[in-house]
Unconditional design. Structure first.
Length: 146
């Protein structure tokens, strides 16, 4: 079996250990408990089972939302351009995860943004086209998607 292969499985046929692992992960994510020990105790699963399955099972809605893109932008070195870019990302309901910017050379700076686009109402291609229309953005392209 390939670790990069995914399956959609109905909840009622999942083994109990997987369901309890999800329950423990949710307890931790919501802050209901503070430690893995407390989570596994409340969920009724062993720590070893939790650690065995925790990185391999996720609720479907979580997987659907995790659309990450990495965008490279060449920006003119003028005040407020990066701020405009970030405002556009926010207005489209994107969530900036990382920002890396080079020191401006010859009036241009390169900015690389990692953005969670899972809640955006526009496609990633529309997102990129919108970034390209911002005054001061000389170039914008995807480095990575997915």
């Amino acid at each position: 079996m390939n670790a990069d292969t995914f399956y959609l499985v109905r909840e009622d046929i999942l083994p109990e250990a997987l369901l309890k692992t999800l329950q423990a992960k949710e307890l931790l994510a919501h802050g209901t408990v503070k430690t893995v020990h407390e989570a596994v105790e409340k969920a009724g699963i062993s720590r070893s089972a939790f650690y065995k399955y925790k990185d391999g099972i996720f609720p479907l809605q979580r997987l659907e939302r995790e659309w990450l893109v990495t965008v490279s932008l060449d920006l003119e070195h003028r005040s407020g351009i990066l701020s405009k870019v970030l405002s556009v990302v926010a207005s489209l309901e994107g969530n900036v995860l990382t920002i890396n910017q080079t020191i401006p050379l010859q009036g241009m700076a390169n900015v690389v943004l990692s953005v969670d686009t899972g809640k955006m109402s526009v496609s990633t291609n529309q997102f990129l086209e919108t970034l390209r229309t911002i005054d001061g953005v000389q170039r914008a392209h995807f480095i990575a998607q997915g």
